[in-house]
Write a protein that binds this ligand. Sequence first.
Ligand code: NOJ
Length: 757
Amino acid sequence: MIKILKPIIVVFFFAGWILNGTAQEKIPYVEELLKKMTLEEKIGQLNLVTPGGGIATGAVVSENVESKIKAGQVGALFGISGPEKIKIAQDFAVKETRLGIPLFFGSDVIHGYRTTFPIPLATSCSWDMELLKKSAEIAALEATADGINWNFSPMVDIARDPRWGRIAEGAGEDPYLGSAIAKAMVTGYQGDDISNSNTMIACVKHFALYGASEAGRDYNTVDMSKIKMYNQYLPPYKAAIDAGVASVMSSFNDIDGVPATGNKWLLTDLLRNEWQFNGFVVSDYTSLSEMIAHGLGNLQEVSSLALNAGLDMDMVSEGFLETLKKSVEEGTVSEEAITIACRRILEAKYKLGLFDDPYRYIDKKRPNKDILTKEHRDFARKIASRSFVLLKNDNAILPLKKNTSIALIGPLANDKSNMLGTWAPTGDYKLSIPILEGFKNVASNAKIVYAKGANITDDKELSKKINVFGKKAEIDSRSSDEMLQEALSVAEKSDVIVAVVGEASEMSGEASSMTNISIPETQKRLIKELVKTGKPVVLVLMSGRPLVIEEEMEMPISILQVWHPGVEAGNAVADVIFGNYNPSGKLTTTWPRNIGQIPIYHSMKNTGRPEVNGYEKFKTNYLDVSNTPLLPFGYGLSYTTFDYSDIKIDKPEIAQDGSVTISVTVTNTGNYDGEEVVQLYLRDVVRSITPPKRQLKGFKKVFLKKGESKVISLTLNPDDLKFYDSSLEFVAEPGQFEVFVGTNSDATLKTSFELKP
Ligand code: NOJ
């Protein structure tokens, strides 16, 4: 069957035809195939289903998958893996349908495939694009070895509300850093050639603005001005598209009253006409049929709305499958619109090389060879240690000596089930290294005694919800007092206390929003009692979001934020605690003092009544808490110290197309070699729409030996000075710009320049 479909003419011809305003290349092979297809077969290609059976990533699963594939009613499948299973499904499509069109196979490979890396919010704190790209390359290598060739990643939603559980899945609050990471991930997954059998199609999600759901509640409404969208929220999606991402996933939320999945402005005017995207758009899981609950009509109506808006593939709703033929008959959808969507899906299959060989990603020898190799696990350990953020190091207690006597305490200290973090359906928690084991591996001469000390939470209702994918936060049969007493007696006998505390993995992630983001009460009590012993205390803090930890920050302790560190958790944490690696992570979200400060982020505006020196009547502030965050964006300590001096700028003024280079001397003034993320923030002093107080516009990660100084240069290019004005034109307006360079977003070292008209 495949042979018949082989292209007679192998060369592309570039018949620039206009499709929704977008000039595209026609692929002759696909055009020939389209000519042979019936309307039903075209509609079949638009249907994405999942048979279930693995870890659920949505509330319902598809039925009769096998018979639907054989009937030509399925374009792609997700939620299955492994060459054997994928071969069976591919056989159904290739050998048992009229045209033998192969399927492609999707999956959520969010932070590593089987070798699970730290959650994305964590890896973003590395500010290391090479490392991030490599993590995507490894994920692609492993996933394709298991037959997957389409990845529902990267998630690039800007998130400024830590109550939102899915903040864990993205790169934090900033569009500049978020764009750099989007590019690194897309190029890592897709490589130079998508048809290579070790690269896969990426899918940037969730388009758009999903991270701005009101009140941090998942799936909630988004209402945002276009100016804010263009300047703050859209850049990372755009960066992914500019990097060549082959697919886009529409989000659950509505925008201007129309759910993204049926939003023509979003999917056609912006995405295709303005941004020239020519891949395909898939809905999120049942987000098409969810438009019924949104209040936009019945399945028939919302399906035609979505198709006409520019959606190409329907994930699990089967709205396209069930209704589009009738809509064509009734004239609400044109056959041409269906052909256009089908063409985009077939083109993706073509680019994957599936028409040459539908079995090119199916090789029984590959899983053993390519998955969970020593090299990949070593990399997981490395990227984890680069993701940790040292929040506090009282009395420079860290790093610990490798022969110390340590009380290792806490509900996450000897745990495997929470190490991978949220959205690790392709990983296996049983393979993860608990912190206790890592400590023993790295500091074999240390005397380590362990006690659980507390439950993750004592709240039975909450623990039930967290345990939805297995036991993550079990409540111990002992009472809290008994556990605490055990911990205190262990602590008494040791020189240092290391308490591994925080959130279970399912306390963040999808449908895991929280209105209380403090460390759970029972663990707070444990921490306070441990501090009372007077012994040095180190908190190893795990979470999938920024936490409210004002009380803990005031304690005389050290805090290492390790997020959910992935499969090599214990080894990586031990590497940093014992000084094999000097921490260099920097926060990619602002940490609030309390919930009431949310939203709080570094690029906020001045207002007409800025606060200058603390509270004053008739200024923008709160009566009960300062405006400053607990921890600013870009914050993170090292075992050494860095001094910034001698800021210079290569010219005092530039023309519209000019660049300007800022240099600064960074000196390692402490006792350890270390890495530092040098950050540049820009303030446009006067412009036609109110500017943010400062915005990240450059960064460089540098290594300095102790005592070493380096001159670090950062260049601002014309686009770095631009913003979307009230007509949504991307412009730079003449005038004064201030530049701040330093170790976090509170950087004070300053210079300025003028942009000439
Ligand atoms: C729903 C999630 O929102 C999305 O991120 C994911 O890719 C799909 N489910 C598929 O699992």
